[in-house]
Design a binder for this molecule. Structure first.
Ligand code: GRF
Length: 215
């Protein structure tokens, strides 16, 4: 069984989706720890309630990023994880840190990368008037919100959408592709080939999402 560590900064709904899938037997893995850079992150309490060990490492308590990341990697390595999942972890990570976990660190991002890296993705999508938005799971590399893409989900942007409505629709899709990506990693089905990721034995889904639907 693979050992999975999850890093969060807030609510922890993506983390909870992984814990649910592990509990349901959909992911063959043990979640061995949850780490947050925010001691007050609600996701920490959620993890504790489910019996998962938690660690809080407040980034504000460190003089610089390197010092914070030394502490963070110490906490991660103490769990000896096979996979590290950034599930709403809102800190930019330095080159050494990223290199240490290359090929075994996944991130979920709320946009169809390479569109809208960074923050406020839903507001940007609405401002641009795009009809299709979505989310991406990718391996973490030195470039923030780049790196080999494992899975993407596209969702429709509807006329009446505000940021909250769009974020909620994307979040439901985040949970699905993050769980799938973690499952594939834990089943040794992901093959990184340069900037592309192949999922062994993948099924082909629908080819086209039309928004608005043609009539
Ligand atoms: C998600 O939208 C994630 O993609 C973004 O922050 C949000 C975290 O949500 N970076 P949660 O903590 O998993 O509920």
């Amino acid at each position: 069984m693979k050992r999975v560590a999850i890093l969060i900064s807030g609510r922890g709904s993506n983390m909870a989706a992984i814990l649910d899938a592990v509990r349901a037997g959909e992911i063959a893995a043990n979640v061995i720890g949850v780490i947050s850079n925010r001691p007050a992150a609600p996701g920490l309490a959620l993890a504790s309630e489910r019996g998962v060990p938690t660690v809080a490492i407040d980034h504000m308590a460190f003089a610089d990023r390197a010092a914070f990341e030394r502490e963070l990697s110490g906490a991660i390595d103490a769990f000896s994880p096979d996979l590290i999942v950034l599930a709403g972890f809102m800190r930019v990570l330095g080159a050494d840190f990223v290199a240490r976990y290359r090929g075994r660190m996944l991130n979920i991002h709320p946009s169809l990368l390479p569109a809208y890296p960074g923050l406020d993705t839903h507001a940007q999508a609405l401002a641009d008037g795009v009809k299709v938005h979505g989310c991406t799971v990718h391996f973490v590399t030195q470039d923030v919100d780049h790196g080999p893409i494992v899975a993407q989900a596209a969702v429709a942007v509807h006329d009446g959408d505000d940021e909250a409505a769009l974020a909620a629709r994307v979040l439901r899709a985040e949970h699905r592709i993050l769980v799938a990506a973690v499952r594939w990693f834990c089943d040794d089905r992901l093959v990184i080939d340069g900037n592309r990721v192949r999922v062994k034995h993948e099924l082909t889904g629908a080819d086209t999402l039309l928004v608005p639907a043609l009539q």
